[in-house]
Design a protein around this ligand. Structure first.
Ligand code: UD1
Length: 347
C-alpha cells in the first residue's frame, strides 16, 4: 500500500518515512524543498536500505499534484508540508495562510477527486495557545496566539467540516508537543535554517561551537526553577505515532484528534543539564527577558493516544539529548556538508 507523505524531507517527515519503510509501506514523498534538503531522503534510503519515490513539487500547484495521484495507487496521505516559523508568520501572515491553508485545501480537493479519503494531519500543541490548565487534553479550548497557530487551527476546522459533508473520510489530527532528538544513526535530524528559534537546536549549536551562548527567555515564571516548562518528545516516538494513526484511519472513518506528547514537562534548566550530561559539553547561558507569546508551562495529557492508538512515548530526555548530539556532531552544518565520520569519531 502506498502512503503519500507531503513534506517528507523535513524533520518529522523524514523520521516518519524511515518508520514507514521499515514497516513495509511503499512511500511517495512530495516536497518542494523550500525548507528542507533532498539529502535527507537519500539518508532515509541509506538507513532503511529501501527506496522511496520523490516528487519535487509545490502542493499549491494542483496540476503537478494531480499527476502524483494519477501515477500512483495512494491509500492514505500524511500531510506534514507547511511553514512553521512563529516569528515569520507574524511578519508575513498571508504567506502562511496561503502556504498552509490553501495547500491543504488543494490537497483535499485532489484527494477527493481520486477517492483517497484517509488523511493524517500534522497539527501542533500551538493550537491551544495560552491555556492554563495542565496537562492539556484534546477537548481544551483552542485559542492560538499567532498566525502560524491559527493556520493549524483553521486546517483542523476545515478537515472537520470536510468529514461532516462526507462521512467516508477518515482524518486524524495529531497535535505535537516539542519534538527533539534524532534517529539513532545520527544520519537524519533537525536542520533549521539560520539561527534556530527552538531550544534544543539552539543548545546543540552552542555545544558544537557554532553559537556562543544560549539566551534563556526568562527565569521568573511560576515554575520550580523559574524557567519555562515544555513536553519534549523524541522525534522517533512521534514518527511511530503516525504509523499507529495510519493503522486506525485505514480501518474506520471519522475525525479524531490526539495529543502526541510524553505527559511530562521539563524546564529549560533541566534540558540544559540533560544535554550537558549527554554531550559532555558545557552550555554557557545568559538569562534575558521573556519571549513574547511564551507560556510558562505546557505539557500533554497523552491518555487518549495511549487508549485509542495504543501509542506511548518511551524515549527519555537523556536519549533525546544523546541522539540530538550525535546528529549535531556528525552533521555540524546540517545537510549542507557531509562530514567524514572518521574525523568526528562518531559512527
Ligand atoms: C515553539 C513555538 C510553537 C511551535 C514549537 C515547535 C514560539 C512562541 N512557539 O514552541 O508555536 O509549535 O516551537 O516546536 O515560538 N527557550 C529559551 N531560549 C531559546 C529558545 C527557547 O529559553 O533560545 C525556551 C522558551 O522560552 C521555552 C522553551 O525554551 O520555555 C522551549 O522553547 P521552544 O523550543 O521555542 O518551543 P515552544 O516555545 O514550546
Amino acid at each position: 500500500m502506498a502512503i503519500l507523505v507531503t513534506g517528507g524531507a523535513g524533520y518529522i517527515g523524514s523520521h516518519t518515512c524511515v518508520e514507514l519503510l521499515n514497516d513495509g509501506y511503499q512511500v511517495i514523498v512530495v516536497d518542494d524543498f523550500s525548507n528542507s534538503n533532498p539529502e535527507s531522503l537519500k539518508r532515509v534510503e541509506q538507513i532503511t536500505g529501501k527506496q522511496l519515490k520523490t516528487y519535487p513539487i509545490d502542493l499549491l500547484n494542483q496540476i503537478d499534484l494531480e499527476k502524483v495521484f494519477k501515477e500512483n495507487k495512494i491509500e492514505a496521505v500524511i500531510h506534514f508540508a507547511g511553514l512553521k516559523s512563529v516569528g515569520e508568520s507574524v511578519a508575513v501572515p498571508l504567506k502562511y495562510y496561503r502556504n498552509n491553508v490553501i495547500s491543504t485545501l488543494i490537497l483535499c480537493e485532489v484527494m477527493r477527486k481520486h477517492r483517497v479519503k484517509n488523511l493524517v494531519f500534522s497539527s501542533s500543541a500551538t493550537v491551544y495557545g495560552a491555556t492554563d490548565k495542565m496537562p492539556v487534553s484534546e477537548d481544551a479550548f483552542l485559542k492560538p496566539v499567532n498566525p502560524y497557530g491559527r493556520t493549524k487551527h483553521l486546517i483542523e476546522e476545515l478537515l472537520r467540516d470536510l468529514y461532516q459533508s462526507d462521512k467516508e473520510w477518515s482524518i486524524t489530527l495529531l497535535r505535537y508537543f516539542n519534538p527533539i532528538g534524532a534517529h539513532e544513526s545520527g544520519n537524519i535530524g533537525e536542520d533549521p535554517n539560520g539561527i534556530p528559534n527552538n531550544l534544543l537546536p539552539y543548545i546543540s549549536q552552542v555545544a558544537v561551537g557554532k553559537l556562543q551562548r544560549l539566551n534563556i527567555f526568562g527565569d521568573d515564571y511560576p515554575t520550580k526553577d523559574g524557567t519555562g516548562i515544555r513536553d519534549y518528545i523524541h522525534v522517533v516516538d512521534l514518527a511511530k505515532g503516525h504509523l499507529k494513526a495510519l493503522e486506525k484511519i485505514t480501518s474506520i472513518t471519522g475525525v479524531e484528534t490526539y495529543n502526541l506528547g510524553t505527559g511530562r514537562g521539563y524546564s529549560v534548566l533541566e534540558m540544559i543539564d540533560a544535554f550537558e550530561n549527554a554531550s559532555g559539553k558545557k552550555i554557557p547561558y545568559t538569562v534575558v527577558d521573556r519571549r513574547e507569546g511564551d507560556s510558562a508551562i505546557c505539557y500533554a495529557n497523552p491518555n487518549k493516544a495511549r487508549e485509542h492508538l495504543k501509542w506511548q512515548a518511551s524515549r527519555d530526555i537523556h536519549l533525546m539529548s544523546k541522539d540530538a548530539w550525535r546528529w549535531q556532531q556528525k552533521n555540524p552544518k546540517g545537510y549542507q556538508e557531509i562530514v567524514d565520520p572518521r574525523q568526528t569519531g562518531v559512527y
